[in-house]
Design a protein around this ligand. Structure first.
Ligand SMILES: CC(C)C[C@H](N)C(=O)N1CCC[C@H]1C(=O)O
Length: 358
C-alpha cells in the first residue's frame, strides 16, 4: 500500500509526521479524489509510528470509506478536531512534512496548534521518489490517456479547419477529449500564424488561414493520470523557413527520444534536443526546457531541462517537447509522452510526426 511505503520513507528520512491537503499527493496516498473541498480544511495527518487520520468536511461523508476519519460540519471549528487528531497520533511537535501547495490560512492554524514545536519541511522532499516511478498499472492508465489524445488528433485532421478561430478549435478539442476521457489535463493551446511564437499562447479570435503553421497542445485525464501532446500542422503550404524549422524540431525531438534510457541524466535528454536546435542556428529561439514529468499532475518531476539532475529510471514518465519560436514569424513544437520501460524509452503518444499539410 502506498501510504505504508510513504510512512517507511518518511521515517527513514527522519521525519515525525506529515500533513497532506487535497491534490495529487493526497489522491496518490488515499485514493480519494477530494479536489473540490476549496476553503474547507481537509487534512490527512500521518505519524511516522504508522498511524494516520483524516480530517474532512461532513459533506464528503459518502465519498470516504474504510479510512480513519473525523468529520466536521460547517459552523464547527475544524482546528479543534485537528488538535484532537494530533493528540491521538501523539504529534505534539517535531519535524513535519507539509504539502508544498497548502493554503496559507490552514498552515497558519497548524503552526498555531504546534505552538512553536513544529519544524516544517516540504512534502515533495520525500514523496517525489515514490511519485516519479510509475508501476505497471499507472503506466497502463497513462497509455489510455495518451490513446485518447492520439485519437483526437486523427479526428481533428478531418475537421474543416480553414477559417475556424483558435478559440473555437480549442473548444472543439476540449469537448472531444471530455467525450472520450475523464476530462482535460489542461486548457488546450491553439496557436496559429505569428501567435505560435508564444509557447503558452491563449487561444483567441484569430482565424486559421492558408500558409499558417498551427501549434496544437492538449491533454486528457484518465483515472487521475494525464497525457499531454503537441503537434504542429500546416494549413496549406507554409513558408520555406517554417518548413526548415519544422524539420529541425522533428530531428531534435527524435534525437532527445533516442537518448532516453535507464541511467541517463535528465539533462542529457535536454542537451540532445538543445544541441540539434543550436546547430541549426535556432538556439536562442528555444526558451524552455525539453520536457517535464507527467503523471497525476501535468507538470511534475522529473524535469527534462539543462539542470535536470535526476537519473532516469524504470517507470519514469515525462514529455519530450522541444520547440522553436520566432517572433513575428511563428513557431513549431512537437511533443510526445514517454515512459522508461525495460530500461528504454517507450512513446505513449504515437501520432504522426511528419509535417501534415491540410
Ligand atoms: C500545461 C502546459 C501548457 C502543457 C505544455 N505541453 C507544456 O508543458 N509546455 C508548453 C511549452 C513548454 C512546456 C512547459 O514547460 O510549460
Amino acid at each position: 500500500m502506498r501510504l505504508e511505503r510513504f510512512i517507511l520513507e518518511m521515517e527513514n528520512a527522519g521525519f515525525d509526521g506529515a500533513i497532506v491537503s487535497p491534490g495529487a499527493n493526497f489522491y496518490y496516498l488515499t485514493g480519494f479524489n477530494l479536489h473540490e473541498t476549496g476553503e474547507r480544511p481537509t487534512l490527512l495527518v500521518i505519524s511516522s509510528d504508522g498511524a494516520y487520520h483524516l480530517l474532512a468536511p461532513a459533506m464528503y461523508r459518502n465519498q470516504i470509506s474504510n479510512f480513519p476519519v473525523t468529520f466536521w460540519s460547517d459552523g464547527e471549528n475544524p482546528y479543534h478536531k485537528l488538535s484532537w487528531i494530533f493528540g491521538e497520533l501523539k504529534l505534539s511537535g517535531g519535524r513535519l512534512l507539509v504539502e508544498n501547495t497548502m493554503r496559507a490560512d490552514w498552515l497558519i492554524n497548524i503552526l498555531k496548534l504546534g505552538n512553536g514545536r513544529f519544524e516544517l519541511h516540504p512534502l515533495s522532499q520525500v514523496i517525489r521518489e515514490l511519485r516519479m516511478r510509475k508501476d505497471e498499472k499507472e503506466i497502463k492508465l497513462m497509455e489510455h490517456a495518451a490513446k485518447v489524445v492520439d485519437r483526437v488528433f486523427d479526428e481533428l485532421l478531418t475537421w474543416d479547419l480553414l477559417g475556424i478561430s483558435e478559440r473555437e478549435l480549442a473548444l472543439k478539442i476540449e469537448l472531444r477529449i471530455r467525450e472520450l476521457s475523464d476530462g482535460i489535463s489542461f486548457e488546450p493551446i491553439v496557436a496559429s500564424g505569428e501567435n505560435a511564437a508564444n509557447p503558452h499562447h491563449e487561444p483567441g479570435e484569430r482565424k486559421l488561414r492558408k500558409g499558417d503553421m498551427v501549434i496544437l497542445d492538449y491533454g486528457a485525464r484518465w483515472r487521475g493520470y494525464c497525457s499531454d501532446i503537441t503537434r504542429t500542422i500546416a494549413i496549406g503550404k507554409p513558408n520555406e523557413r517554417l518548413v526548415e524549422i519544422y524539420e529541425t524540431v522533428r530531428e531534435a525531438q527524435e534525437k532527445a527520444f533516442r537518448t532516453v534510457r535507464e541511467g541517463v541524466m535528465a539533462r542529457e535528454v535536454d542537451s540532445a534536443a538543445r544541441e540539434a536546435i543550436s546547430k541549426a542556428g535556432y538556439g536562442e529561439y528555444f526558451p524552455h526546457r525539453t520536457g517535464h514529468g507527467l503523471g497525476l499532475e501535468v507538470h511534475e518531476e522529473p524535469y527534462i531541462g539543462p539542470d535536470g539532475d535526476v537519473v532516469l529510471g524504470e517507470g519514469m514518465t515525462f514529455t519530450i517537447e522541444p520547440g522553436i519560436y520566432v517572433p513575428g514569424l511563428g513557431g513549431v513544437r512537437i511533443e510526445d509522452d514517454v515512459a522508461v520501460v525495460d530500461g528504454r524509452g517507450r512513446r505513449l503518444t504515437r501520432s504522426d510526426r511528419e509535417l501534415i499539410l491540410l
